[in-house]
Design a protein around this ligand. Structure first.
Ligand SMILES: O=C(O)c1ccccc1NCC(=O)[C@H](O)[C@H](O)COP(=O)(O)O
Length: 225
């Protein structure tokens, strides 16, 4: 199985239109202040409007609570959301709240940070998030935070985490993130079948928020080979 591709941290229309033509499966817009790829909800709404397939868009957030996530999903009208914060109880509440606020089902991706090992606490975190999230994105964690670190998770750790997800709930999709670039993907190509999606970000950039289309094309070619 070849993994689907998400290109995250798109900040401008020029990149977006070129990336959409490459037939990637998802594009991510980041609305998180600490990110060097942060763009406003108005900019995100504008970018989303230019997509032929609006469903490609994922809104990447780090909300303080469920209300903030719901408000931002409603304002941008993007219901694929990726959360870099919130507990599984917050997410359960968010899903409950959403039923009363709009007719659109939320598709929830939860970021879980990994380093080199998976201890009992991490297993518990993974199991709990499988209950309410549609997708788990495993991302490298630095100083307690995930996102845009440009650092890989050791691949055996990521595979172990993916297996745990499938054991807890085979319907939950797994995304591999964290510093993915062409050289590294060539190295781990025979292990990519453990993941439903891969997430490209700093590894395909000229500078934060400016994507290198050639690098994305090379990765697509590698994945499709
Ligand atoms: O990319 C960021 O700047 C970022 C900052 C804070 C939260 C999330 C962020 N990105 C979201 C993603 O899903 C990234 O693509 C993922 O973290 C992998 O990034 P990278 O390590 O740069 O490949």
């Amino acid at each position: 199985m070849t993994p689907k591709i998400k290109v995250c941290g798109i900040t401008n229309r020029d990149d977006l239109k070129k990336i959409e033509k490459l037939n990637v499966n998802h594009v991510g817009f980041i609305n998180i202040e600490r990110s060097s790829r942060n763009i406003s909800l108005d900019e995100i709404t504008y970018l989303k409007k230019s997509l032929s397939d609006k469903n490609l868009a994922t809104l990447v957030l780090e909300p303080n609570n469920a209300y903030e996530a719901l408000l931002k999903a409603n304002r941008s009208e993007i219901f694929n959301i990726q959360l870099h914060s919130l507990t599984c109880f917050d997410i359960r509440y968010l899903i409950w709240l959403n039923q009363y606020h709009n007719g659109q089902r939320l598709n929830i991706t939860k970021a879980i940070g990994l380093k080199d090992k998976i201890d009992t606490e991490k297993k518990k975190e993974i199991r709990n998030h499988c209950l309410y999230s549609d997708n788990i994105i495993f991302d490298y964690v630095k100083d307690g935070l995930t996102g845009g670190t440009n650092t890989y998770i050791p691949i055996e750790t990521a595979i172990k985490a993916s297996r745990l997800v499938k054991q807890y709930d085979p319907r939950t999709e797994v995304t591999l993130a964290g510093g993915l670039n062409l050289n590294y993907l060539e190295e781990i190509k025979n292990k990519l079948h453990y993941f439903d999606r891969i997430d490209l970000n700093s590894g395909v950039e000229e500078k934060p928020g400016k994507k290198n289309i050639k690098k994305i094309k090379e990765i697509i070619k590698l994945i499709e080979e």
